[in-house]
Design a binder for this molecule. Structure first.
Ligand SMILES: C[S@@+](CC[C@H](N)C(=O)[O-])C[C@H]1O[C@@H](n2cnc3c(N)ncnc32)[C@H](O)[C@@H]1O
Length: 335
């Protein structure tokens, strides 16, 4: 029997998502079929009603920072239903000594907290909006299942790979975080691949003439779903991007990739866990409108200084190569 090849891989989720899985998720979500998860039995957060006043704001492009619990802020946001892109890097419940937030809930409370802020984000998103979540191994699966049962479609399950981790002997060293990319409507979302192209391995390693003979984007490709390489490492103490006093600061190049690919100039970008302000700093530098939400007052003030006065410190990093092998045939330098 002739082998049948599956050629339908150029779709959200690629081979990882069988054709029809996206629509089926949406159908299940609306037909009331349930996925039951830990944390479902905990009481849903009751958001405090109220008129929101930004703690900090600036114009051109319109940029705001709200101080408070994102579950309350999202519920009262004047822009509910209009946000084009959300990037969320929540507390991981790892006992991190944040300024004010207690990062040590019971597991079931943490899961309930997670579903509540995800639901707030879903309501804030426009019908064509995208939601990205940065999350480690222990809660990635729950987030994926929750978003599926809410009818969102997974576009990519990316991995942020870093090589500067925590040394340990009891198991393999953790060197990744999950970067989950979901859309409300996979067929009607903002996707700008040309904005984020990088040099392909064919060009940078193999000097393959075929890639240089293409009509457009010679030698370039959309980045793969495992992210690593120059400017994508963890932000350590001596990194020029480093904002001291913040935990888990994400590299500007990572946010630049998310924001350029999934929004246009003038679009509204929101981060419910602002931290040092990376998302809104990059959004503002790229002429997007921005909203940041941060629980701790001092953290919000420091983020605003970065957003409003310092700005992006590492521009022009897209378009390079992330190749892990040197050019083939390159001569060894004489010592
Ligand atoms: C992991 S850090 C975000 C780091 C950020 N991505 C960056 O690049 O700097 C999480 C931040 O969320 C804040 N936070 C925790 N719980 C929150 C909540 N319920 N609402 C708003 N902010 C919260 C913490 O104070 C902390 O600053």
């Amino acid at each position: 029997m002739a082998e049948q090849k599956n050629t339908l891989f150029d779709r959200p989720g690629g081979y990882a998502m069988p054709a029809g899985a996206g629509p089926a998720n949406r159908q299940d979500a609306t037909s009331g079929e349930t996925i039951v998860l830990g944390g479902d039995s905990e009481p849903v957060h009751q958001a405090k009603p109220g008129v929101l006043v930004p703690s900090f704001e600036a114009a051109d492009p319109d940029t705001r920072v709200y101080t408070g619990d994102c579950r309350d802020v999202l519920a009262n946001l004047p822009d509910r239903g209009e946000v084009d892109l959300i990037f969320a890097d929540p507390p991981f419940n790892w006992d991190v000594p944040y300024d004010e937030w207690q990062d040590n809930m019971s597991r079931s409370q943490y899961e309930r907290f997670t579903y509540d802020w995800l639901d707030g984000c879903i309501e804030a998103l426009s019908p064509t909006g995208s939601l990205w979540v940065n999350i480690p191994d222990d809660t990635a699966a729950e987030i994926v299942l929750h978003l599926k049962r809410r009818g969102l479609t997974m576009i990519n399950w990316c991995i942020w790979h870093f090589r500067f981790g925590q040394c340990r002997h009891s198991s393999f060293i953790m060197s990744k975080v999950h970067v989950l990319y979901f859309a409300k409507d996979p067929d009607n979302r903002t996707w700008n691949p040309d904005e984020i192209l990088e040099q392909s391995d064919r060009a940078s390693i193999y000097n393959d003439a075929r890639t240089m003979a293409k009509d457009s984007n010679k030698g370039m490709r959309v980045p793969m779903d495992v992210w690593y390489g120059p400017y994508l490492g963890r932000i350590q103490g001596n990194n020029k991007e480093r904002r001291h006093g913040h935990h888990n600061q994400i590299p500007e190049a990572y946010l630049e990739r998310v924001i350029r690919s999934c929004s246009n100039e003038g679009d509204l970008v929101l981060d419910p866990f602002l931290g040092s302000g990376t998302t809104v700093t990059v959004a503002r530098a790229l002429s997007r409108r921005g909203i940041g939400i941060e629980y701790a007052e001092a953290t919000a003030a420091s983020a605003w200084e970065r957003i409003n006065e310092i700005g992006m410190v590492r521009t022009g990093t897209t378009g390079g190569s992330s190749a892990i092998h040197p050019t083939r045939g390159r001569k060894k330098a004489k010592s």
